[in-house]
Write a protein that binds this ligand. Structure first.
Ligand code: ZN
Length: 324
C-alpha cells in the first residue's frame, strides 16, 4: 500500500526530479472506478464538533479514517488530498484540534507520478493527520525514509499485518502491489465483514491496511471497534457499510476484485444478483452473464448460469472469500 510509493518518494526527494519519477501501481492511488449507489436511508453525514466530515473528506473511507483518528481509535492516518483542497483539510484540522503535516512532494494521481512541490500542474499531496504533533511528524518522516515497519506502527496497523506486508513485497509486486490474494490464502474460516478491505476500490472500508489474513484477530478487533464507532455516529451509514462489506468477493490476479451483491448461499452454491467491478474486464462480463458461483475451494470456483458451468477458474491467481 505504501511501500511502492515510498520507494519512489525517496528517489524523488533525493533527486528532486520534476516529473520523471514513475510511481508503481499503488492501491491507495487507484481511481475510484464507479460510484456505487448509496442506500436512500444512509445520509452522508458524520458530525464531529458540529462539522460534517463529508464536507471536507468526500469519500466514505477517507472520512472514516479521520473519524477514527479523532476518536482516538488509531494514532494517525494519511490522506491523498488535491492541492486545491489542502486549505480545507487544514481548516478542518485547526477547528477540530488535529495536527497535520504535508508531504514534501506532490503526486500526479492519474499518471501515478511524484513531482516536486513547484510543479505547476494539477496534483495532490499526502496529508498526515494525528491528534499528536510528534506522531504526525513521524508518519511523514517514516514514509519519506521508507521505514515500513515504523510507518505501519505509527498508523496503528497490527504488527502481524505489517510483518505480512513487508515479507510479501516481492509477491505483491507481481500482483500490482495488491495483497488480497495472499490475505485470502491465509484465511481458513468465514471472516467477519469488518476485516474486508476489498471494497476500498469503491471507497468503502473500515480498515486501511492489508490484513495478514481475513481471520486476523487483531484486525477483527480493530475493525469491530471502528464499526461500533461508526454506528454510534450514524447507524444507517454503518448498516450501509456493513451491507457493502458482507458477502462474496473474488480476487483475481489479472482482472482485480469482484464483489457479488445480493448474494445468498445454498450449500456450496452462491446465488447473486449483481457483480460490482473495479474496471471493465472479461471476468466481469462473464459474471454479468452468470447468476451463481459453485464454491469448490478457496482457489477454485465455477461461474455458472443456473445449472450450466460457463467458466471454471482455479489456481493461485484466483481467491474466493465470503464475509459474514
Ligand atoms: Zn494481522
Amino acid at each position: 500500500m505504501y511501500r511502492a510509493l515510498q520507494r519512489s518518494v525517496a528517489s524523488a526527494i533525493s533527486s528532486r526530479v520534476a516529473s520523471s519519477e514513475r510511481v508503481p501501481d499503488v492501491s491507495s492511488l487507484q481511481a475510484v472506478p464507479q460510484t456505487i449507489p448509496l442506500l436512500e436511508t444512509a445520509p452522508l453525514q458524520i458530525l464531529y464538533h458540529n462539522q460534517n466530515l463529508f464536507h471536507t473528506f468526500l469519500e466514505i473511507n477517507d472520512a472514516l479514517e479521520v473519524l477514527f483518528v479523532l476518536e482516538g481509535l488509531r494514532p494517525a492516518c494519511r490522506q491523498l488530498v488535491h492541492e486545491d483542497d489542502v486549505h480545507r483539510v487544514v481548516g478542518f484540522c485547526e477547528s477540530s484540534g488535529l495536527h497535520w503535516e504535508l508531504s514534501d512532494f506532490k503526486i500526479l494521481k492519474d499518471q501515478e507520478l511524484l513531482v516536486v512541490p513547484e510543479y505547476p500542474g494539477d496534483s495532490h499531496y499526502f496529508v498526515y493527520l494525528s491528534r499528536n504533533k510528534e506522531v504526525c511528524q513521524l508518519a511523514k518522516f517514516y514514509e519519506a525514509t521508507r521505514n515500513d515497519a515504523l510507518f505501519g506502527e505509527v498508523l496503528g496497523y497490527p504488527q502481524c499485518c505489517v510483518r505480512f506486508y513487508i515479507s510479501n513485497y516481492a509477491r505483491a509486486a507481481k500482483l500490482r502491489d495488491d495483497y488480497t490474494l495472499m490475505s485470502i490464502a491465509n484465511t481458513h474460516f468465514q471472516p467477519s465483514f469488518v476485516t474486508n478491505n476489498m471494497a476500498r476500490f469503491f471507497s468503502v472500508s473500515l480498515i486501511s491496511h492489508f490484513p495478514c489474513s481475513y481471520n486476523c484477530p487483531e484486525t477483527e478487533k480493530m475493525g469491530s471497534a471502528f464499526f461500533e464507532c461508526l454506528t454510534a455516529h450514524n447507524s444507517s451509514l454503518a448498516e450501509y457499510v456493513k451491507e457493502v462489506l458482507q458477502g462474496p468477493v473474488i480476487s483475481h490476479a489479472s482482472t482485480g476484485v469482484h464483489l457479488l451483491k445480493g448474494a445468498k448461499a445454498v450449500g456450496s452454491t452462491i446465488w447473486y444478483k449483481e457483480p460490482w467491478l473495479t474496471s471493465p474486464n472479461e471476468m466481469h462480463a462473464t459474471l454479468r452473464l452468470c447468476n451463481n458461483i459453485k464454491y469448490l475451494g478457496r482457489n477454485h470456483i465455477q461461474l455458472c448460469q443456473d445449472g450450466h458451468v460457463v467458466e471454471d477458474v482455479s489456481g493461485d491467481h484466483v481467491g474466493f472469500v465470503m464475509f459474514e
